[in-house]
Ligand binder design. Structure first.
Ligand code: SAH
Ligand code: SF4
Ligand code: F3S
Length: 442
């Protein structure tokens, strides 16, 4: 078989990054090698996201560029996978007739079927079946691996498109996940990130052996050679004491929890169908801090949800101030097709949304900056990723709290090194490789 090439563009969340690695792994087996050159690729692939309107717009611009390539080289194949593809499944070929194959997140394996079939007519695959986690992977990073612990989401957050693009929640069995992580560790991986839309509901509906997320954390922690476990995202409703205790007691579970708040007003949380109140969220934060005192806590917040008043927004500011997050992703509400909130009256004027966003970001950054000062003077363990983005004479990595650390000193990507922290901003830490601590560790 002559070598063919694939160019992939990935949009969206970490689950999509994971899914793209699986697409490339599967394509590898079919003789497709990845290329950076979209204009010369035999297969142009997009793994799409539809979480906010902006995500759609960005992607459509890319798709038009691919169409231009296909006009010059008609034998080029164009494939569109992921959440956007799933959400427009009925219209994709009508709207974009140059697309050859479209498939949702539950049908990645069908891409292979399409590429090896004799028929070149356009095809779409949109059932929810199978985990991308079952496909071979071509990992982008040598010592870090994604692990899909569940697919889909059983929550019904009124603003969110994900339940319709990824289907009902299904967990992968415990033994399968333990085996997968063992395999990754044998392959040199030191850090895994467990992925699911609501990781702490993992396992409860597994048959014949129901399990819990706390059990999964403990089982994975017992794997020899695994240094770090991360997970995203837990849901505040299901963040129970057993998970926090596992977090506290398992040495490889990192001191970081991404706990999405979404809004600080219980009235808005109810409209969002988040199934918890402001008090419950604050109580979960207190529980985490009681058992893992130094834990970094980050979050997601939406501003300008339909009906959000200035008083509601003030409550979001209050919670942000009170918790003091180590970081936050902030979004302006974006109405999504087929969601409940898209039918609500979008009554907050755009300029008010933008102004609220600015006020929120200012507070988030101020609190994150204050929180980060606790690291100055400490020596933190850093997993080295490569040269620093802004200053290639320095190295870059991440500490267990998930902060980017830029540091001086010689270190190799993939190494765990001690770094003495000398400075901290809301986003990054700076420091120097600690030769004393490094020598003491050997
Ligand atoms: N399952 C995860 C991640 C969901 S998507 C979770 O529940 O935490 C990531 C973030 O995008 C969400 O936490 C939310 O803050 C944001 N988001 C989702 N839908 C949105 C919408 N319609 N408008 C604006 N932000 C949205
Ligand atoms: Fe969307 Fe809510 Fe599910 Fe997260 S928990 S994916 S925000 S429906
Ligand atoms: Fe992820 Fe975007 Fe889908 S955030 S789950 S790729 S809609």
């Amino acid at each position: 078989m002559s070598a063919r090439s694939v160019h992939i563009t990935t949009f969206g969340c970490q689950m999509n990054e994971h899914d793209s690695e699986r697409m490339l792994g599967m394509l590898d087996a079919l003789g497709y090698a990845p290329t950076e050159d979209r204009d010369a690729a035999d297969l142009i692939l997009f793994n799409t996201c539809s979480i906010r309107e902006k995500a759609d717009d960005r992607f459509v611009a890319h798709l038009r560029q691919a169409a231009a390539v296909k006009r010059r080289r008609p034998e080029t194949l164009i494939g569109v996978g992921g959440c956007w593809a799933q959400s427009v499944k009925d219209q994709v070929f009508r709207q974009f007739p140059f697309v050859d194959v479209a498939f949702g997140p539950g049908q990645v394996h069908k891409l292979a079927e399409f590429l090896t079939s004799d028929s070149l007519t356009a095809q779409g695959f949109f059932e929810f079946e199978g985990f991308t986690g079952h496909l071979p992977a071509r990992r982008a990073r040598d010592v870090q691996g994604w692990v899909q612990i569940s697919a889909g989401c059983n929550q019904r957050c009124s603003y969110c498109i994900v339940p319709s693009t990824r289907g009902r929640e299904v967990s992968r069995p415990l033994e399968e996940l333990v085996d997968e992580v063992r395999g990754l560790v044998a392959d040199g991986v030191r850090e895994v990130t467990l992925l699911g839309q609501n990781v702490n509901s993992w396992g409860v509906r597994l048959r014949p052996h129901p399990s819990t997320f706390a059990t999964l954390l403990r089982e994975l922690d017992a794997i020899e050679g695994l240094d770090r476990i991360r997970y995203t995202s837990p849901h505040p409703q299901d963040m129970k004491e057993d998970v926090v205790l596992a977090h506290a007691e398992c040495p490889s579970v990192c001191e970081h929890v991404h706990l999405p708040l979404q809004a600080g007003s219980s009235r808005i949380l109810k409209l969002m169908r988040r199934t918890y109140t402001r008090e419950h969220f604050l109580d979960r934060v207190a529980l985490i801090r009681e058992h893992v005192p130094d834990c970094a806590i980050t979050t997601d917040i939406i501003v300008g949800f339909p009906g959000e008043t200035e008083a509601d927004f003030q409550e979001t500011l209050e919670v942000v101030d009170e918790v003091g997050f180590d970081g936050a992703f902030t979004f302006i509400f974006s109405p999504r097709r087929d969601t409940e909130a898209a039918l609500m009256e979008d009554d907050v004027p755009h300029e008010v949304k933008v102004a609220r966003m600015e006020r929120l970001v200012e507070l988030v950054q101020r609190r994150a900056h204050e929180r980060a000062q606790r690291f100055v003077g400490r020596t933190l363990e850093v997993l080295v990723e490569g040269p620093s983005r802004h200053d290639p004479s320095r190295m870059r990595g991440r500490c267990r709290h998930n902060k980017v650390v830029n540091f001086e000193g010689l270190a190799v990507p993939g190494e765990l090194v001690p770094v003495e922290i000398t400075g901290a901003t809301s986003q990054t830490l700076t420091g120097e490789l600690s030769l004393v601590a490094r020598a003491a560790a050997f």
